[in-house]
Design a protein around this ligand. Structure first.
Ligand code: TYD
Ligand code: MG
Length: 452
């Protein structure tokens, strides 16, 4: 029976209603609504003292003294380290390595700061086993195995750490509520209590939240607005590299990504990503593009396999670039190079399955496709930069200078780029052979040395 302490919460989108529905009126999912009861609590008035409005020049800013997470890759995604009193939500699929990165980080931070690691999912012994595997040597990291929110809060107030970790938000519960740990209302209440605690005591908090393969477990999603920074730890279970992506950051840019590799004894940061996403092969169907992720450009291979199709609808699959982008590039080639690609299957995969979002990878994709189709390896030791326009033209690329720099750094001898300024050419011409390209046909003829 529902009563005045009940609310009905959709476990998919988190919307609340005062009565039960079989289908959520907000997200239209069926059977996702559950009743969540709250024990009555004595009303407390908590009126904060009123603060008058101010002019900008009356506001003083404390210089933010961040502390390092112990990883340069992690720090960069955070915007330069951990801000005291801030709350970071670290999401990711189970098993991706969230507890591992956080424990390694906690170990390093605890060399200088007081750190408390709250493990709500694993026992102290389990954490100790992982700790030994990670070869950590800090003697000052405190671990607390607890799931009850009020005990966790008491411990944080008692220990007064500068950095505390909750692993994970889905495993802790507020005993004033009847709903089970992990439900939307538990996740929300626990997070908002922790947020108040962090701000009041100037404790930097890192909250771990599991996200399912489908991308959005209601829990962590609904608390994104409560926290200062939202990061996602991703990768697949086959490849050993892991990416840390910023989704929201009140203290820095969200374009940055951090790259790590998982080994037997923990995660290591990858400071030279070009080395793990390229093979420097000279075979048909493979090119290398220089893509921009965050403030860093790096090289990623693009492989294409183009075969005569046996199907009515030719197969098109991609790993690492969007399927719509592939369809668009195929349409441009069909129209402007004049090849009937509807008779061919086309598969595209990036090096390590790395997800490329930079449109200037188009030229590399197009050349890989043409190279596989003609079975001719493209120009040796060459990298490709340029967005492909719908009229077959090669369009300007963002951050071109830094991309050329990266191509030189990793030893490319040739680079195809969109038409550029004299200044760029003059600066780089002695270090790498630059070929400016205005359209797809020119690029194809140049690197495949074949006229259609
Ligand atoms: P874990 O950090 O427990 O993941 P999460 O907290 O995100 O659920 O990492 C689990 C996986 O990482 C597990 O499959 C084993 C692997 N792993 C290593 O390969 N090397 C290591 O040193 C550690 C600690 C874990
Ligand atoms: Mg874990």
């Amino acid at each position: 029976m529902s009563n005045k302490f009940s609310t009905f919460i959709c476990q998919n989108c988190g919307s609340e209603t005062s009565q039960y529905f079989g289908r959520c009126i907000n997200c239209n999912e069926w059977n996702t609504i559950i009743e969540e009861k709250k024990k009555p609590r004595a009303k407390t008035t908590n009126i904060t003292e009123s603060k008058n409005s101010k002019l900008f020049n009356e506001i003083e800013i404390d210089t933010i003294s961040r502390f390092t997470s112990g990883f340069r890759e992690f720090d960069r995604v955070l915007g330069g380290g951990i801000v005291p009193g801030s709350i970071v939500l670290l999401g990711g699929e189970p098993g991706i390595g969230k507890s591992t990165i956080v424990l390694q980080s906690a170990g390093i931070i605890s060399l200088n700061e007081k750190v408390l690691y709250i493990t709500a999912e694993e026992s102290l012994e389990q954490v100790k086993i992982r700790w030994e595997r990670l070869n950590q040597n800090s003697l000052d990291l405190k671990i607390y195995a607890e799931t009850n929110l009020s005990l966790i809060i008491e411990e944080i107030i008692k220990i007064k750490p500068s950095f505390a970790i909750i692993d994970s938000i889905q495993a802790i519960y507020n005993d004033e509520m009847e709903s089970s740990p992990g439900s939307v209302s538990q996740v929300r209440t626990c997070s908002s209590e922790l947020q108040k605690l962090a701000k009041a005591n100037n404790v930097a908090l890192l909250i771990i939240g599991h996200v399912t393969k489908e991308g959005a477990l209601a829990g962590p999603k609904t608390l994104e607005h409560l926290v200062d920074v939202v990061l996602n730890f991703e990768g697949d279970n086959i490849a050993s590299h892991r990416l840390l992506r910023g989704i929201k950051n009140r203290f820095g840019s969200t374009f940055e990504i951090g790259i790590f590799e998982m080994f037997e004894n923990g995660l290591e940061e990858v400071s030279n990503p070009s080395s793990i996403f390229t093979n420097k092969e000279h075979i048909s169907g493979v090119t290398t593009t220089i893509t921009n992720e965050g403030s860093r450009p790096f090289a990623v291979d693009i492989q294409a396999l183009v075969n005569k199709t046996f199907y009515n609808n030719p197969r098109r699959t991609t790993t690492g670039i969007s399927i719509n982008r592939l369809h668009q590039i195929l349409a441009v080639i069909e129209k402007h190079v004049g090849i009937k690609l509807s008779e061919y299957d086309c598969y595209i995969a990036t090096g390590g399955g790395f997800e490329i979002n930079d449109p200037s990878s188009d030229l590399g994709v197009a050349i890989s496709i043409l190279s596989s189709l003609k079975n001719i390896p493209p120009l040796k030791n060459c990298s490709y930069i340029g967005e492909l326009g719908l009229s077959g033209q090669v369009r300007q690329a963002y951050n071109l200078r830094a991309k050329i720099d990266e191509a030189i750094r990793i030893g490319f001898k040739n680079i195809l780029i969109p038409k550029t300024t004299f200044e760029i050419k003059d600066n780089f011409q002695s270090l790498i052979h630059i070929k400016e390209i205005s359209d797809i046909n020119e690029a194809m003829n140049y690197v495949l040395e074949q006229k259609v």
